[in-house]
Design a binder for this molecule. Sequence first.
Ligand code: SF4
Length: 328
Amino acid sequence: MQPALATARRTALDHCSPLPRAELEALAGIPPAEIAGLLSLADEVRRRAYGNEAALEVLFNAKKGGCSEDCHFCSQSARYASDVEPERLQPAGEFVSAAHAAWNRGASEFCIVVAVRGPSRTLLERVCEASRQIKAELPTMTVAVSLGIMQDEHVAALVDASVDKVNHNLETSRRHFPAICTTHSYEERWQTCLRVKAYGLELCSGGIIGMGETVEDRIDFLCALQELEPSEVPINFLNPRPGTPLAGRSLVEPLEALRFVALARLALPRAVVRLAGGREITLAALQDLGMRSGANAIVLGAYLTTAGRPDADDLAMLQRTGHVVPSR
Ligand code: SF4
């Protein structure tokens, strides 16, 4: 067996430990011909943590576009001539209807996403009102929110409104972050993540690969996530959006995308690793393999500004890959 794989196997399976940086680096360097062994190891670690269960999440874009920030990958920034038409914040009743629709499609998690730097008072009140109503009507649905950079009072209000989880992605490494966003800092993101954990909420934090980062950046990114210990890590693959500064970038090679999914599983063996935006276009026919390379969750259907694929296709994929969606 490839020496780096043999070492990783001992750490992950014999000692049930997250892989340290040096072992992640070694696996990031194994040749493509040896990747099958890496994917298989990550799959074994995933099965040990989650058996054959797969978790489904539906995203709800509660206020589209018009964002003040300049994240270079994002078509919701007001700074770019993208194809996204800004929309006003939707009424709380729309959030609740969307949560019921998500539940009826089999989702166990409903994430309210808003394209903002951080929540205004009106926005926060609307989200809290919706969360209370959703939890009253669908008590076992996990309610997640993604509201940007937050201070203590914002997070405290979410706790009071029975929100379960906050998504706040690191997006990439600390070193690479200034190349993809200049209107806020990595440190602001980091502090928001810490705040979410300090208030006892579940943290969902991941990012996007394919934004010009190096292999070292990807390892830095995973090591930062190890430090944060999120309960969930969403992995997005850049789907270059017209009009954004990253519009001309190439897609991540499918095998490299799968390698990253496997590394994420081995870095964070107990986290939910969710395949998210860009998976259809990047992995294409290899999406099934993505679910056998360490991932145990997907975003179902549409993303924030891009279409997903029909639910039936994803449910058929999960059946092919031996996953079951637990009853809720
Ligand atoms: S990623 Fe979020 S904060 Fe950045 S531009 Fe898009 S909506 Fe705004």
